[in-house]
Write a protein that binds this ligand. Structure first.
Ligand code: NAG
Ligand code: NAG
Ligand code: NAG
Ligand code: NAG
Ligand code: NAG
Ligand code: NAG
Ligand code: NAG
Length: 923
């Protein structure tokens, strides 16, 4: 790191920002609640002589102009970035900058910091009795809260990143200006209940400390709701009707007993008000009552995961009145009519059922941003990728994020497997000798209980929730299990509660979790998945993958500078900062690189390395997802798979299906191919072909064509099968492929599934006469070694092909553009692993220096019908791409290359509008 950089960081730290204009009154009547809209953040450096004095820090006239400014939430690091230069994040993530930067900042994060907000209340008794409550949703990881200098809660109460509590602040609230002060304490992942990253990536310098979720203020009359409505739905009359129960908890804040009326409105999935249900309540002073309002819904519209149907969302909101005055109101929450259950099959594997249908989980593990920033558009884009890849589930391991994430999942039809995280404080059990968390003491149970209650309250009504895993690598002890289960039940939890994501043990109350965590987490060959060992395709794999997820060069260049890029392909066994941390088994790419060099030949350049890596990634993720999909109807079914992982918290070199900049590459298209709804897949081990239908609809008549081609373009095996139909939600073994004994070095296998003339799935493999040999008895928890590798080096003999490419815009809808790319292989050799990359491009841009430069911008997110494809001699293929075009750039181009495909680029002509093909141009 250059000294200049450090100096600029320090000055950033002290940067002053214009202070906000204190807005009008925050809440203006009973039933009104508002998020604290902004905060000023400072530490001892900012507060100077005021020191740690909460009264002085709460003085409305205190000069906080030098403090940082944020919106409603940000961890300390997020605030720091928000108040810095825009390019700062790029600088921070580049090379090993973050290491030096963390060293520099760590001392500052070892002391308390202050979040301070000023707001106005206009207190009057126009509406009768009035009460004010402050609601937290978790502050990482401990905080003292003061209102106008008076302590509301201390760090032993407001403890835990998920502890959401409601405080009665009526006697401390002032008519006029109020000062809310929150002193946050340093987070330690082993001591505190926080959001850690285990070995996934370096921890943020502040360990995620701060107000990472909104804090709310609410005004009510005497009667108040303790949380949002909870909803239970149950099919009735064979599903022709559903019983809907809306449940709310009413609290009497006053000391006098009060009579009131609760009324809940229910809106149908088109948003039309349909039903009002009401009930009178009578509460003693400080009393609490649960009110259940039920009704029968005729002809309900059922909510399904995306691949199975629609996502109709009903909604409800409730009011409570006293003497005809509104006393409180709930937010409007949405719910779906659906059931989720699970059971253990005779093999002790968990199977989920949605609306009674067995539901094979194909999903991946989600991570929050490294600084816990929540960018809704980015989450939406990632969820669109989840669906585009054909996945149906996202696992949150201790990364429960915000309500908005669940709303997106509800809207989009993605199932969420939520739960607590492994390895740190969350799993501080006496019998856990692997984790680093401090063992739990009495007060810890209270923190975990409050966390569970709060998260249950947040999630309960969302139809996207598949399960809550109260343990990950380890199961909770009996006391914690009882407490978690009671908390969930008391909040009307009606989807599965799973003891843990592994089978090391289980609590008696819940029994076996029915999930395995037997690896791998690093590269294994494709045939691994078809064996009957460890992570192979049987049972429910709660986190497993091949370490794939190598970013393409355009993304790599954004976080690794040129000299370091060389290390990637020249030093194949060194530790890399952008892999897992240096204490992890995944700090190097050694296992992966050994396989790459042995199978495809040692890398000759960075480009060569990256192309081989994409081929490895594609092959690896496709095989994993395909094997699970293929074995769904096996004697011991593959009931689910969570790929480790979906995304990454910062720019990372592995363990993700797309990179931090949302560029989809080999790993992505491997999954997308392997997880097609109607698919035809090759089992490397039995050399047979599987027919897969993941939808709930039967399909027929269908045909399957198989062709085996050697590298000279000679067909050495083929088959054509007519099948009458594809059974719904089923997988069948079709036939063994022929001709494979004629395979000398490398051959290409093509499988095509058609319905009438429509191609449902086209799937190409590279096959070798000898498979990789697995050495299962020397397996570790994270991988299985290979004693001899498959040999793909004959691919070097393939001549360069003549590939023509043309593009045409087919649809423009607002900013959404769709284009078709037509590829044709004019050679007698196959065109292997053709890679298409979409870029925006400005011919010449004048720089500040006066020079001109071309600017090329990678398009992301981008959707491709298929990519990294292989074409037979003479074969044509049309691909579709969909992207957002803002018009800031003059040209849109597709860069094309591949294993034996000369580089070329073609333009997509936006000016011409729809309808004309534009041809390619060699580079
Ligand atoms: C609060 O202040 C407003 C304006 O200054 C005043 O009208 C109102 O009566 C005050 N409320 C109470 C409860 O004193
Ligand atoms: C962050 O947590 C780790 C334990 O996981 C601890 O060693 C470290 O001191 C913490 N950092 C800060 C700034 O408190
Ligand atoms: C809330 O605070 C008010 C004002 O101090 C008090 O009268 C009331 O009893 C409190 N209610 C509860 C439930 O603590
Ligand atoms: C709740 O009260 C608000 C404000 O009076 C009103 O707009 C809303 O329609 C009421 N909703 C219900 C469910 O009664
Ligand atoms: C399933 O789990 C139960 C309880 O641990 C055990 O008794 C039984 O043997 C297991 N069954 C199989 C097939 O592993
Ligand atoms: C990479 O290898 C080169 C040549 O062997 C060596 O000079 C260099 O120090 C290595 N770099 C790292 C980071 O290990
Ligand atoms: C391809 O052709 C070359 C030259 O005719 C021959 O040497 C080679 O064995 C052939 N390869 C295969 C796989 O048939």
């Amino acid at each position: 790191m250059q000294p200049l950089f450090l100096a600029s960081l320090v000055s950033l730290w002290l940067l002053s920002l214009p202070s906000f204009v204190a807005n009008a009154q925050l809440v203006s009547g009973p039933g009104h609640s508002a998020v604290i809209p902004w905060w000023k953040i400072g530490n001892s450096l900012h507060v100077g002589n005021v020191g740690n004095d909460s009264a002085a820090l709460s003085d409305p006239d205190l000069d906080v102009s030098e403090w940082y400014s944020i919106g409603s939430k940000a961890t300390l690091m997020a605030a720091y970035l928000e108040n810095g230069a825009r390019s700062f994040e790029t600088e921070l993530f580049r090379d090993e900058n973050m290491k030096a930067y963390h060293e520099h900042l760590r001392p500052a994060f070892q002391e308390p910091w202050y979040y301070r907000s000023k707001f106005t209340l206009n207190i009057n008794n126009r509406f009768g009795a009035y009460y004010y409550q402050l609601k937290t949703h978790g502050i990482s990881s401990r905080a003292d809260i003061y209102l106008n200098g008076a302590l509301i809660a201390d760090k032993n109460v407001q403890a835990g990143a998920y502890t959401g509590l409601t405080y009665n602040i009526t006697s401390k609230a002032r008519n006029g200006t109020n000062i809310l002060l929150v002193r946050v304490y340093p987070t330690d992942y082993n001591r505190d209940f926080a959001l850690g990253f285990v070995d996934w990536n370096p921890p943020p310098a502040d360990n995620g400390t701060g107000i990472w979720r909104d804090v709310e203020l609410k005004q009510t009359g005497s009667l108040s709701f303790a949380g949002p409505p909870r909803v239970n739905t149950k099919p009735y009359f064979d599903g022709d009707a559903a019983i809907v129960d809306v449940k709310v908890e009413v609290v009497n804040l006053g000391v006098q007993s009060v009579r009131g009326e609760v009324v809940c409105f229910v809106y149908d999935h088109k948003g039309k008000e349909q039903w009002a249900v009401k009930e009178g309540v009578s509460l003693a002073g400080h009393g609490t009552r649960k009110v259940v309002l039920g009704f029968l819904l005729r002809k309900p519209a059922y909510w399904y995961p995306k691949q199975w149907g629609l996502q109709p969302l009903y909604s409800t909101s409730c009011n409570v009145t006293t003497d005809l005055h509104l006393s409180d109101t709930t937010p409007k929450v949405r719910f779906g009519i659906r059931t989720v259950t699970s059971s253990l099959n005779p093999f002790n594997d968990t199977t989920f059922f949605i609306n009674g249908e067995p539901f094979q989980v194909l999903g991946a593990g989600y991570t929050s941003d490294i600084f816990l920033r929540f960018d809704e558009e980015k989450v939406r884009a990632q969820f669109q990728y989840v669906l585009d890849m054909g996945l149906n589930t996202v696992r949150l391991e201790g990364k429960q994020e915000h309500d908005r994430l669940y709303e997106l999942a509800d809207d989009m039809g993605i199932m969420i497997m939520a739960g607590w995280e492994c390895c740190d404080k969350w799993e501080g059990w006496s019998y856990n000798n692997e984790g680093s968390g401090e063992k739990w003491k009495d007060p810890d149970y209270a923190i975990a209980n409050a966390s569970m209650r709060h998260e249950a309250e947040l999630m309960q009504h969302h139809p996207s929730i598949l399960a809550f895993l109260i343990g990950s690598d380890f199961w909770p002890d009996d006391r914690a299990t009882r407490m978690y289960v009671d908390a969930l039940k008391s909040l009307d939890w009606d989807v599965p509660i799973i003891a843990s994501a592994s089978q090391r043990g289980f609590p008696a109350l819940l029994g076996n979790g029915g999930m395995k965590m037997d690896g791998p987490y690093d590269w294994v060959p494709p045939n691994y998945w078809y064996t009957d060992q460890l992570g192979a395709a049987f049972g429910f794999g709660s986190e497993l993958g091949t370490g794939a997820g190598t970013p393409e060069l355009s993304s790599l260049k954004r976080f690794i500078s040129s000299p370091y890029l060389d290390v990637l392909w020249k030093n194949l066994t060194v530790g890399l900062y952008h892999m897992s941390t240096n204490v992890s088994s995944f700090h190097t790419r050694t296992i992966y690189n050994n396989a790459l060099s042995a199978r495809f030949g040692p890398p000759r350049s960075l480009e060569d390395y990256l192309l081989k890596a994409q081929m490895m990634d594609y092959e690896a993720t496709r095989a994993q997802f395909e094997a699970y999909a293929a074995k769904w109807s096996a004697e011991r079914p593959a009931t689910g798979l969570i790929y480790w992982m979906l995304n990454s918290a910062w720019p990372s070199l592995h363990w993700a299906l797309f990179d931090y900049y949302l560029h989809p590459a080999g790993a992505y298209f491997g999954v997308k191919t392997g997880s097609r709804s109607q698919h035809v897949a090759y089992d490397y081990l039995s050399r047979s072909v599987y027919l897969i239908n993941r939808s709930l609809a039967a399909l027929g008549p269908c045909t399957v064509d198989m062709e085996l081609l050697d590298l000279n373009g000679t067909v050495i095996g083929n088959a054509h099968t007519t099948t009458t139909q594809l059974s719904p939600n089923n997988s069948t073994r079709l036939f063994e492929i022929n001709g494979i004994e004629k395979l000398k070095d490398v051959a290409l296998l093509k499988l095509v599934l058609k319905n009438q003339a429509k191609v449902l799935s086209r799937n190409v493999y590279l096959l070798t006469p000898k498979l990789d040999t697995l050495d299962f008895k020397n397996s570790t928890w994270y991988h299985t070694p290979v004693t001899s590798y498959a040999n793909f080096t004959a691919l070097d003999t393939l001549p360069q092909v003549d590939l023509t490419a043309k593009a045409m815009v087919t649809n423009i809808q607002g900013l959404e553009t769709t284009a078709k790319i037509r590829l044709q292989n004019k050679s007698v050799s196959p065109a292997v692993f053709i890679r298409l990359n979409l870029v925006f491009f400005n011919e010449l841009v004048r720089l500040f220096s006066g020079e001109y430069e071309e600017t090329t911008v990678e398009v992301a997110p981008v959707h491709w019908s298929d990519n990294y494809v292989t074409l037979w001699p003479g074969e044509s293929l049309e691909l579709e791409t969909r992207f957002t075009y803002h018009g800031h750039y003059t040209f849109i181009r597709v860069h094309i290359d591949g294993w034996n495909v000369p580089k070329q680029r073609i333009s997509i002509d936006m000016r011409g509008g729809k309808g004309s093909w534009i041809g390619g141009q060699m580079d």
